[in-house]
Design a protein around this ligand. Structure first.
Ligand SMILES: [Zn+2]
Ligand SMILES: [Zn+2]
Length: 239
């Protein structure tokens, strides 16, 4: 199976890796690579100028051009610019609980875990229904204080809703190397429900580059056909 990694971060958001280095290592490792930096009010790429520099840098190195916006937040560039991307990933990084926003990388558990997960699912479903995304980044990822309850939280009912919506809209389900999500049981159900899968390491550091072994192990385990693996088309470059 040809190897792909569509979720690599660089200096254009929160990684010290340059695009040149990623491109060099991708050639050496014979992996097709897409750069997928954060396109978000919380990161460097939060306006048109930075976005245009990003596009030029990635195109200049011949890599696939993606971006990761924050689900639930406004995408900070216009549709015309967005259409320049080969693919758009949407990642949920915070859940709006009404009175406050819960950010995933804090250390405290949400007070009401069920309310949190319901809102999590609702927010992701709204993005799948309304946003121009091609891939759900690290779907079903849970903040550390909840991760022990993963299989209980992502039960069949919740997964059927999520995978059903993704399959119906043709939005790919990412299998994340860095976070090892979704779990095997959840992937098996997504496959049965007709979802397509995207492969991403979510690398922010050199040693995480192209760490997509988990995804390929799952493809082998469940005999996922190549036709169910998302392979973005490179867009023609405008002059
Ligand atoms: Zn993310
Ligand atoms: Zn990411």
């Amino acid at each position: 199976m040809k190897k792909i990694d569509l979720h690599v971060h660089t200096v254009h958001s929160d990684s010290p890796l340059t695009v040149a280095e990623v491109a060099r290592r991708a050639r050496r490792a014979k992996v097709t690579v897409g750069i997928c930096d954060h396109l978000s009010p919380y990161h460097k790429m939060f306006e048109a100028g930075a976005f245009d520099d990003y596009v030029a840098d990635i195109r200049g190195h011949g890599l696939l051009l993606g971006a990761e916006y924050c689900i639930g937040e406004t995408i900070p560039v216009d549709d015309e610019r967005l259409a320049e991307l080969d693919y758009l990933e949407g990642g949920l990084h915070a859940v709006d609980l009404g009175d406050k926003k819960y950010f995933f990388w804090g250390s405290e558990a949400p007070e009401d875990a069920d309310a949190f997960v319901d809102r999590y699912l609702e927010t992701t479903l709204a993005a799948v229904a309304n946003d121009p995304l091609d891939v759900i980044a690290h779907p079903t990822y849970l903040p550390a204080p909840l991760s022990e309850r993963y299989d209980e939280i992502w039960d069949e009912r919740r997964c059927r809703e999520l995978w059903g919506a993704a399959a119906a809209r043709g939005v790919a389900v990412e299998i994340s190397g860095r976070w090892s999500v979704p779990g095997p049981r959840q992937i098996e159900l997504a496959l049965e429900m007709g979802a397509t899968f995207a492969v991403g390491s979510d690398a922010h550091r050199r040693e995480e580059l192209f760490d997509v072994g988990y995804a390929y192990r799952m493809f082998e385990l469940f005999n996922v056909p190549e036709g169910r693996i998302f392979w973005p088309k490179r867009k023609k470059i405008k002059k």
